[in-house]
Design a protein around this ligand. Structure first.
Ligand code: NZQ
Ligand code: ZN
Length: 393
């Protein structure tokens, strides 16, 4: 096991911490581009508080509103133009993963002369990896992606029907300001999707790693068990602040690099396949994950059986007859799929209005966007086009 861990983002966590936004922002800039989504932060009053906090701290604030779920490269271009026009020296993201991702891409697009789509990995031989970006503060209003404390952004291109990512150290936010009170207004379905997304982040590194990573396994299992305990509470009672806080902390930990450090994770195949399906159908990210992940698990369990047995035993308390007890591995996956259903996630594409007519296209597209030296989708096991087709079917 070998790894190098460095996450420079300051994490500020706790109910009421939005009140610290102005003080924290003042350290990094004087003219802030405040990036927001489709209006939820206006309806909840969060926008007013954030805006006022920044103004009271002496900052000039310019709003870039209307970032859509599955944020578009066109919004990134618009935001970068606004930031340049107003001479912004700081980006503040106030919203869900879509807002945070768009804000990251905007932060990197401002000092870049080319088109920001060059930065997004989409099958071109050498994507432009950004090396500089404006300082960014993330204030998540939805617990799901972990974008608040990582250096990745996922961006869609509606014209070309592509959805992919950029990842670069300069995209780490300076501060992630996590105030679980801001997530109290998240509706039930988005709360459930957030739980599914965060669990999937952890299962991807748990099952696609090198193995023999006992500490990371326990971290991952801790995140999953916490999400499975507090997620349903947050869904049942959206006003349960403690449940919201536990879910939010789990979501951040799930993808800030800590849980997967040293796992040698070979890829995020479920995510890569979902991104392609999302690019074609503009579905909610984790709704797609909920459909794909259990099916991928049944496929991967054929080669990585012992890890799936461990999952079944430690997450669901099942008893295996031995480390390669396939029936136990599959029973654990069934239980996991049942959990996703129980919180209201779809587990079939038909529930999302997607039929099977484009399955080959999704498989080809996924591999065109990302593949290893042998043309396979990275993961454990690496997948051929036919494997992806089988899973989707
Ligand atoms: O747009 P507004 O009006 O703000 O409404 C949003 C949106 O409709 C709403 N919402 C957010 N906070 C709310 C709220 N509604 C009520 N109260 C609040 N407090 O929720 C809806 C979904 O928001 P979105 O930001 O799209 O959701 P999420 O946080 O799940 O982000 C999904 C995006 O992140 C990408 C996904 O692919 C997708 O594009 N991902 C980013 C990752 C990363 N950067 O590391 C990793 C993930 O795996 C993921 O791929
Ligand atoms: Zn995800």
């Amino acid at each position: 096991m070998q790894f190098d861990y460095h996450n420079p983002t300051q994490l500020v966590f706790g109910a009421g911490s939005l009140a610290r936004l102005g003080e924290l922002a003042r350290r990094y800039g004087t003219r802030a581009l405040l990036v927001t989504g489709g209006g939820s932060v206006k309806r909840s009053g969060t926008f007013e508080r954030a805006f006022q906090g920044l103004v009271d701290a002496g900052l000039s604030v310019f709003e870039c509103e209307g970032i859509e779920p599955n944020p578009r490269i066109s919004s990134v271009r618009r935001g970068a133009a606004m930031a340049r026009e107003h001479g912004c020296d700081l980006i503040v993201a106030l919203g869900g993963g879509s807002v945070m991702d768009a804000a990251k891409a905007i932060a990197a697009a401002v000092p870049y002369d080319g088109d920001p789509w060059d930065m997004i990995v989409h099958g071109q031989p050498e994507p432009h990896v950004p090396t500089e970006a404006l300082p960014l503060i993330t204030v998540p209003t939805l617990a799901a992606t972990g974008s608040e404390m990582n250096c990745a952004a996922v961006i869609s291109n509606a014209e070309t029907q592509e959805k992919s990512f950029v990842q670069a150290p300069c995209l780490y936010p300076r501060v992630a300001l996590l105030d679980p009170e801001l997530t109290l207004s998240v509706p039930r379905d988005q709360t459930a999707y957030g739980v599914c997304d965060l669990i999937t982040h952890v299962t991807e590194s748990y099952f696609n790693g090198i193995g023999d990573t006992p500490i990371q396994d326990r971290f991952a299992e801790g995140v999953i068990l916490t999400a499975m305990e507090y997620g349903p509470k947050a869904i049942a009672d959206g006003a349960d602040l403690n449940a919201r806080a536990q879910v939010q902390w789990a979501a951040t930990l799930a993808l800030n690099g800590w849980v997967n450090s040293g796992t040698g994770v070979r890829g995020y195949p479920v995510h890569m396949i979902e991104h392609t399906v999302s690019a074609y159908h503009d579905i909610t990210h984790a709704a797609g994950l909920a459909v794909i992940n259990p099916v991928w698990m049944r496929f991967a369990a054929q080669t990585n059986t012992a890890k799936f047995v461990q999952f079944a035993e430690r997450i669901f308390g099942l008893q295996a007859s031995g480390p390669y007890d396939m029936a136990c591995a599959l029973a654990g996956i069934d239980r996991f799929e049942a959990f996703l259903k129980s919180i209201g996630c779809p587990t079939r594409f038909s529930e999302l209005g997607i039929d099977g007519s484009l399955i080959e296209t999704y498989a080809k597209e996924t591999l065109r966007i990302i593949h290893d030296d042998q043309g396979l989708l990275p993961g454990r096991p690496a997948m051929r086009e036919a494997d992806i087709v089988d899973i989707l079917r």
